[in-house]
Design a protein around this ligand. Structure first.
Ligand code: ATP
Ligand code: MG
Length: 212
């Protein structure tokens, strides 16, 4: 369960949000909607531990997450819009990097783990390809596989369907539904209301559910 209490963030005197409270139960999907510039990506960067918050607490499965911008550990997996894949590594290497370097798995364990994830995300044929050789939807699935490789307590996405055609959007929907069925907690920032409606999710509206 993710529990966020009284989270506040300002850039100088520009208050982005104040006393934001939200809870996501295990295996639930929370979709965050709201107009451009309202602070959704800022919130995801804080959730990922990449940006400090001004105040508030964040607890994941009973463990308090650092909010000073210096988080260690990989409890939160966030898939940002530009995916940040490592261009010099193949698909399999991108997915296997954290199991190897962070979880210190043996080469055999990494191989098994990466193959399972590539199978789950239908990336077997892309194993030896490099990011520049992939479509947008494929890059996105590599980013999801790479985030899942760390077994995060929560997986968050920034606009996962932007720039995707109907078939790729359908695929992202299927991936999130499969993860939901497995009990993975997910948070999805989206402008795509038909996509949000197609998920069994609770909607959190940054425009009305947040003080500023
Ligand atoms: N590093 C920064 N310094 C100062 N202001 C910033 C910084 N990053 C973002 N902002 C401002 O914070 C506000 C929220 O930006 P954010 O990117 O979180 O919006 P968003 O809801 O994700 O928008 P979009 O839907 O367009 O992606 C915007 O007004 C933006 O200009
Ligand atoms: Mg954004």
């Amino acid at each position: 369960m993710l529990e966020i209490k009284n989270l506040s963030k300002a850039y100088g005197d520009h208050v982005i949000f104040k006393d934001l409270n939200l809870t996501i139960a295990d295996g639930e999907i929370l979709t965050i909607v709201g107009p451009s510039g309202i602070g959704k990506t800022t919130f995801l960067r804080i959730l990922a531990g990449l940006l400090p918050a001004d105040s508030g607490t964040m607890t994941l499965d009973g463990k308090e997450l650092a909010l000073d911008g210096n988080r260690t550990g990989a409890d939160v997996g966030v898939i940002f819009q530009d995916f940040n894949l490592f261009p010099q590594y193949s698909v399999a290497q991108n997915i296997g990097l954290a199991p190897k370097l962070v979880a210190h798995q043996t080469p055999d364990e990494v191989h098994t783990h990466v193959n399972r994830l590539m199978q789950e995300l239908d990336l077997q044929d892309q194993s030896d390809q490099y990011p520049f050789e992939l479509s947008g939807g494929q890059k996105q699935r590599v980013a999801i596989a790479r985030a899942l490789a760390m077994n995060p307590g929560i997986l968050a996405y920034d606009e996962p369907t932007s720039g995707l055609d109907a078939a790729s959007t359908q695929r992202v929907t299927a991936v999130t539904q499969e993860l939901q069925a497995k009990g993975v907690t997910q948070l999805i920032v989206t402008h795509d209301l038909p996509f949000a409606d197609s998920l069994d999710s609770t909607i959190f509206d940054f425009a009305t559910d947040v003080k500023r």
